[in-house]
Ligand binder design. Structure first.
Ligand code: BG6
Length: 509
């Protein structure tokens, strides 16, 4: 179908050409887990289909219970059929499965890592993977320290060198990176004793989403938005990540984590920093990450006294009956946090973040509310009241796109005004849906491009802001989270948080 609003002109040559990664072995620690089956293996299969993988590669599934390769391949094929949006191409699958191997071993026994090294050396010979190694830590976070130490002790880590050095070693560490500021500092310290920062890839899959990366192109690839992207024009900003599902069998993990550690400390703060940061000096990894860091360091700390005016915690009705959840758990499944950014650009502009499970719909979006017009020309009070301030909505998922709402005269002799929307949809404009975030991030890790991964200082800055909020909630306050109905917009106090500033959330339903 022709796009009625936007015509798309793509230059024939990409502005920045992505390199093909060099041959390598990829070890997935936690290969039988949910993440590996739902996300990592499908992403690697799609990259194989799209001919984006290196010329030669091996994937080694490592865990205590992983079966031998043939049975594991069959398991993965079944999972792929369940989780891949497209039908599986038998020819591609055959090529892909021949690169999958397994290794049974314990994350806590050094001998397993020595055995892994012997196996990887052998595969390097038969599969021409040149000694390049990508380790993916997709296990429970409690195993991260042990695995990191054993990688070093078993001499699986090559020293870091210049960007094109071979053989190379890189380690992808899944979120949550730490449980609070002190554990994140500790994990960073440990990682730094094993790896160079250039080898450390702290992953937040939100950064791999096309729509999240497009925040940068939208802001810095157009001249019309930047002049109004500040407190003079913007009244307030909403950053929402709503899910309609509950904890879906992950009750024991979730009950230890909660929505603030699971979503706000990482995914939502990433999105917020991209919306708020200054233009970087270049599109290079460190220049971009320097600007993101400045925003994280400018977040105004929330004190214990200020907590009720800055944060709301909720729990959906029925959460306490989920498997793995403690009977009197206070773990929030919903949180709304008001954030102020203390710099020139954003003085006085609240950024409200909200995330929750069992809300009416699955949606992630940024909604930017502009100031009302300073003076109404049209005289009649009823018409003036109909003039709503402009709203720009970045739909990060689903139905990816961007819409701008503005006022328009309704045709006719009487003066009447309506809200209308200009709508850009990725699907309509580019006629394809964006690839899964893990595809891009795995490719970047293989290429050695760390731009979309979190740097040590940024992770600690994010925890510096979040930890006092968690501490106040977990240790100082004695009330529980507000209960909310599954399918509702969350607890009433979340609405009040904005109403008290004269603002309102965009309704989710
Ligand atoms: C993960 C969280 O990081 O993100 C999950 O641990 C959540 O609880 C998931 O469901 C949502 O990701 P997405 O890409 O579907 O928004």
């Amino acid at each position: 179908m022709e796009n009625p609003v936007f015509r798309v002109h793509t230059p024939s040559e990409p502005m920045m050409k992505a390199r093909k990664p060099s041959p390598c072995s990829i070890v997935i620690f936690g290969a039988t887990g949910d993440l590996a089956k739902r996300k990592l293996i499908p992403a690697l299969y799609h990259l194989t289909r799209d001919q984006a993988m290196p010329e030669s590669f091996s994937i080694i599934g490592f865990s205590r219970t992983v079966p031998e390769a043939t049975a594991f391949r069959e398991e993965l094929l079944r999972a792929l059929s369940d989780f891949s949006p497209d039908p599986i191409d038998p020819e591609v699958w055959q090529r892909f499965e021949s690169s999958i191997f397994t290794m049974q071993g314990s994350f806590t026994e050094l001998e397993s890592f020595h055995a892994l090294k012997r196996y990887m050396d052998e595969l390097d010979g038969t599969r021409q993977t040149k000694g390049n190694r990508l380790f993916y830590l997709a296990t429970l976070p409690t195993f991260f320290p042990k695995i990191l130490k054993s990688l070093k002790a078993a001499e699986l880590v090559h020293p870091a060198g210049p960007p094109d050095q071979q053989p190379w070693t890189r380690v992808v560490i899944e979120k949550p990176f730490g449980h609070d500021l002190s554990s994140a500092i500790e994990l960073n310290r440990l990682a730094a004793s094993v790896l160079d920062e250039r080898q450390t890839y702290r992953i937040d899959h939100y950064m791999g989403k096309e729509t999240v990366q497009n925040i940068l192109v939208f802001r810095f690839g157009n001249s019309i938005f930047e002049p109004i992207w500040n407190h003079k024009y913007i009244d307030y900003v909403e950053v929402t990540m709503a899910e309609n599902l509950g904890v879906e069998g992950r009750g024991d993990f979730y009950d230890q984590t909660g929505v603030v550690r699971d979503i706000i400390q990482n995914h939502l703060l990433e999105v917020l920093t991209l919306c708020a940061m200054e233009p970087p000096v270049s599109f290079g990894a460190d220049d971009l990450r320097d600007e993101k860091l400045k925003i994280l360091r400018s977040l105004r700390p929330v004190t214990i006294d200020g907590l009720p005016k800055h944060a709301v915690f909720g729990q959906y009705r029925g959460y306490l009956d989920e498997k793995g959840v403690a009977p009197a758990s206070r773990t929030p499944t919903f949180a709304a946090v008001k954030v102020m950014i203390d710099n020139w650009r954003w003085q006085g502009v609240p950024f409200y973040m909200r995330a929750g499970k069992r809300l009416p719909t699955k949606t992630t979006e940024v909604v930017i509310h502009f100031h009302p017009i300073p003076f109404c020309l049209f005289g009649r009070e009823d018409v003036c009241q109909m003039l709503k301030p402009n709203v720009l909505r970045l739909r990060l998922q689903p139905n990816e796109g961007i819409e701008l709402c503005f006022s328009s005269k309704v045709p006719g002799e009487d003066l009447n005004v309506a809200d209308v929307t200009m709508d850009f949809s990725y699907a309509r404009a580019f006629k394809k849906s964006p690839p899964d975030a893990y595809e891009r991030l795995l490719l970047d890790a293989m290429r050695g491009d760390a731009m979309l991964f979190s740097r040590r200082d940024a992770v600690e800055a994010a925890w510096t802001f979040i930890t006092p909020i968690l501490k106040a909630w977990e240790e100082e306050l004695d009330r529980g989270p507000q209960e909310y109905e599954p399918g509702s917009e969350g607890p009433l106090d979340s609405m009040k948080l904005l109403w008290s500033d004269g603002h309102a959330w965009r309704p989710l339903a």
